[in-house]
Design a protein around this ligand. Structure first.
Ligand code: MG
Length: 496
C-alpha cells in the first residue's frame, strides 16, 4: 500500500529547522543526549558586549596611559576606526604591520597603519620565506576583546608616522599591550563597565529559557570564566535580572550547578592547580581556601585546573560540552588538553550570513570565472609550448611553409587567449573587491582569504565542533538533538 506523503514526522522536522542566523553549525557530529554537563564561558559568551562601546572605552584608557609613558599628546585625540580589525589577524611587531593569512599561512592582505600594502610590498615582506606565526615576531588577534589592541596600534603608527615621529614598532606594540593590561588591572575599564552595564552589555532575553530547557532535560550547567568573583557576580546578576522567578530561579545561581571564576584559561587546561573556594565575592585571592571533593551549587570557586574541575563534575570528559567565544583559550586549548566537546560563539556570524546570502550570485560568478581562467591558462600554456618548439626549430634550421603557417596560427591563439585572460582577470578582481568590501571594508570575509579558507576559518573548522552566533540558539534544538556534520569530501572526490 502506498504510504501517505509527506510523512508527518518529516514535515515537522523540515519546518522546525531554524533560519540561518539561529542555526548551530556542525564541524564534528555530536549527540546532545550524551552530554551530561554544559559549561559556559561568561565574557562575550553569556554576556555579549557592545563591541564599539567596549573598544572606545579600552582605546581611550590606553591612549591616556601611552601619553603618561611619554608618547606625544596627539595620540589622545587621534583618529581611529573601531571597525578596522577583525579576529584572526596577526600583528607583525617587527614591521608594524597587521596581516591576514589563508590556511596555508600565505599572507593575502596587509596594512601598515591604515595603508594597505601593495602586492609587491607583501611579496617582499612575507612571501620569500616561510612565515612562522608561533615565533615571537607575531601576535595572534584571536578574541573580540583583543580587537582594540589592533585599533590603537594601527592608528598610533599612522598618527606618529604622519608627524615624522620615529616609531619603533616592536616597542610600541609592547607599550600598547602593557597599557591595555594596566587599564584592566587598575580597574579603569571594569569600573566603567559595572557602573553602566546597560551601555556596554547586551542582555539576551532568551538566555534564561535556553538554560532552563537544558536543565529540564536533566543536564547540569556550569560557568567557567576568567573574570574574578566580584565582577562575575555583578555581571551575572545583570544578565539574568529580568529572567528570574518561581521556586528555582530566585537568583541567577538557580541556573547553574557549579561556578568557577578566575580560571586563567588557557593555562587552566594545561597546568595543574588546586580548586579554591571563595567565601565572599569581594575576597581577594589570598583569602581563598583550597577545596577538594564535590562542588556545592551555593558556593563560588576560583582558579583550579581542568583535572580538578573534572573531578567535581564526576562524569567522563567526553560528556562535557563547553561553550566559549575564544578560539584559543576556550576551544583550541580545551580540545588539545582534554576530551571536552566544544562549541564556539561567533557574534560575527550574523554579518557573514547576511553577506553570504546577498552575494550568492556574485560568489557563484567568482567560482565560474576561476574555472574559466584555469581552463584558459591551460590552453595558453599548450599553445605557447608549440610556438616555442617551432621557434627553436626555425632559428636552428628554418621552417617549411606549412610549419610556418602553423607557428603563426598558434602565435595568434596565444594573443587571443591572453586578451581573454586579461578580461576575465579584470572582471574577477573587480567582482572580488566588491564582494570582499561587502563582508568587511578592510579585510573581507572572516572565514575566507581569496578563494581559500582563512587561517581563522581553518582553526574554527579544526577545533570548534559546533559554532553559532549566540548561546540562545541552543533553544531551537531539542536537548537530545543529534548534530550531524556534513560529509567531508577531499578534492579528488569532487571529480565525479
Ligand atoms: Mg570569553
Amino acid at each position: 500500500m502506498q504510504l501517505p506523503l509527506p510523512l508527518p514526522e518529516l514535515a515537522q522536522i523540515a519546518s522546525t529547522l531554524p533560519g540561518p542566523e539561529d542555526r548551530i553549525y556542525v564541524n564534528r557530529s555530536l549527540r546532545l543526549d550524551q552530554v551530561q554537563w554544559v559549561g559556559f564561558d561568561m565574557d562575550y559568551t553569556l554576556a555579549i558586549y557592545h563591541q564599539d562601546q567596549m573598544d572606545r572605552l579600552s582605546i581611550e584608557a590606553t591612549c591616556k596611559k601611552l601619553c603618561e609613558r611619554g608618547y606625544p599628546e596627539t595620540l589622545v585625540g587621534m583618529h581611529y576606526r573601531t571597525d578596522f580589525p577583525i579576529r584572526g589577524l596577526l600583528v607583525d611587531r617587527k614591521l608594524g604591520n597587521v596581516i591576514k593569512m589563508d590556511r596555508f599561512k600565505y599572507v593575502k592582505r596587509a596594512y601598515h597603519g591604515m595603508r594597505e600594502l601593495s602586492r609587491e610590498e607583501r611579496r617582499q615582506a612575507y612571501h620569500t620565506r616561510r612565515l612562522r606565526p608561533a615565533s615571537g615576531r607575531y601576535h595572534w588577534v584571536d578574541s573580540l576583546y583583543a580587537l582594540s589592541e589592533v585599533t590603537v596600534y594601527s592608528a598610533a603608527i599612522e598618527a606618529l608616522e604622519a608627524t615624522g615621529e620615529h616609531v619603533d614598532p616592536e616597542q610600541l606594540f609592547t607599550d600598547v599591550r602593557e597599557c591595555i593590561d594596566l587599564s584592566h588591572r587598575d580597574g579603569s575599564i571594569l569600573n566603567a563597565i559595572t557602573s553602566d552595564l546597560e551601555r556596554f552589555v547586551f542582555r539576551d532575553p532568551a538566555l534564561g529559557q535556553t538554560l532552563h530547557q537544558l536543565r529540564s532535560a536533566g543536564k547540569k550547567l556550569f560557568v567557567l570564566t576568567n573574570s574574578y568573583p566580584e565582577y562575575t557576580e555583578r555581571m551575572m546578576e545583570y544578565l539574568f535580572a529580568d529572567q528570574l522567578g518561581g521556586r528555582n530561579y530566585r537568583s541567577w545561581r538557580g541556573y547553574f550547578d557549579l561556578v568557577v571564576t578566575a580560571a586563567a584559561k588557557p593555562s587552566f587546561f594545561a597546568h595543574e592547580g588546586p580548586m579554591m573556594r571563595v567565601a565572599k565575592p569581594t575576597d581577594l585571592p589570598d583569602a581563598w581556601t583550597p577545596h577538594t571533593g564535590p562542588g556545592n551549587r551555593e558556593h563560588t570557586y576560583a582558579a583550579g585546573s581542568v583535572h580538578a574541575l573534572q573531578e567535581m563534575l564526576g562524569c567522563s570528559p567526553d560528556e562535557v560540552l563547553y561553550v566559549g567565544d575564544h578560539i584559543y583559550g576556550d576551544v583550541l586549548r580545551a580540545k588539545k588538553s582534554s576530551a571536552w566537546r566544544t562549541m564556539l560563539i561567533l557574534q560575527e556570524m550574523d554579518v557573514e550570513l547576511q553577506a553570504n546570502s546577498e552575494l550568492e550570485h556574485s560568489i557563484a560568478r567568482l567560482d565560474g570565472l576561476l574555472e574559466i581562467r584555469n581552463q584558459l591558462l591551460d590552453d595558453l600554456r599548450e599553445h605557447q609550448a608549440v610556438v616555442r618548439q617551432l621557434q627553436r626549430r626555425k632559428e636552428a634550421e628554418g621552417l617549411p611553409a606549412a610549419f610556418e603557417a602553423e607557428r603563426v596560427r598558434h602565435r595568434r591563439a596565444v594573443d587571443r587567449l591572453r586578451q581573454r585572460l586579461k578580461a576575465i582577470e579584470h572582471e574577477y578582481d573587480e567582482l572580488e573587491a566588491g564582494v570582499d568590501h561587502r563582508f568587511h571594508p578592510f579585510w573581507g570575509s572572516l572565514f575566507k582569504a581569496g578563494p581559500e579558507t582563512s587561517a581563522f576559518g581553518n582553526q574554527v573548522e579544526g577545533y570548534a565542533e559546533l559554532y553559532t552566533a549566540r548561546v540562545s540558539n541552543l533553544r531551537f534544538y531539542s536537548p537530545s538533538h543529534y548534530f550531524h556534520s556534513p560529509r567531508d569530501r577531499m578534492p579528488h572526490e569532487l571529480t565525479f
